[in-house]
Design a protein around this ligand. Sequence first.
Ligand SMILES: O=C(O)CCC(=O)C(=O)O
Ligand SMILES: [Mn+2]
Length: 211
Amino acid sequence: MQSSLFDNLVPNNDFESHDLGNARIDEYPTAFEARQALKLAGTLINEIPWHQASIIIAGVPRQVPRLQCWMGDAESIYGYSGMRLSPEPWSEAVISIKQRLCDLTCLNFNSVLLNYYRDGKDSVAWHADDEPELGVDPIIASVSLGAERDFQLCPKNSSSRAVKARLKLRNGSLLVMGKGMQNNWLHQVPKANNIFDPRINLTFRNINPTA
Ligand SMILES: O=C(O)CCC(=O)C(=O)O
Ligand SMILES: [Mn+2]
């Protein structure tokens, strides 16, 4: 039997479910032990083939303010912000995180988008992960390693983009964005001028290769 990096951890009953009315987020604040989470962040920073993508906004190419890597089963091709991403093969460290996730939630995924926020100047703007290849109402599991950042939410149909809910993205935490989240809400990780440490985020997804 393959052993996991996390065999020594007790089953996690540190759990909170956030009801947003038309959506749910399940939070496991201590899915990964704090020191282990920081070690994993260091491993991923060094081992992952990071890329800085450019996207066209109003006709002007702009660099995305974070580094990324798309990883997963070979057929998990992802169309995202005008890009078509072929996956990197699973790394050992990411497989161990995926296994821990599966042990905690019984969820399995065929791909993951890794984000590397080098410091508080890196961010991700308002969006929903609602591309057709993710299916009709996808469940996405998001692991945070390293510097704590804010996770902000606003209803998809609001014109003001005012923040209506927020969570802390703690080192070692796991959020499962459940049914309704990508259909009804946008999320973002804003810039933070008081953060100087890196953060790694892994959002595990299921790509339907025929979409
Ligand atoms: O960094 C995060 O916690 C969120 C990342 C995200 O929303 C995404 O990659 O789609
Ligand atoms: Mn997202």
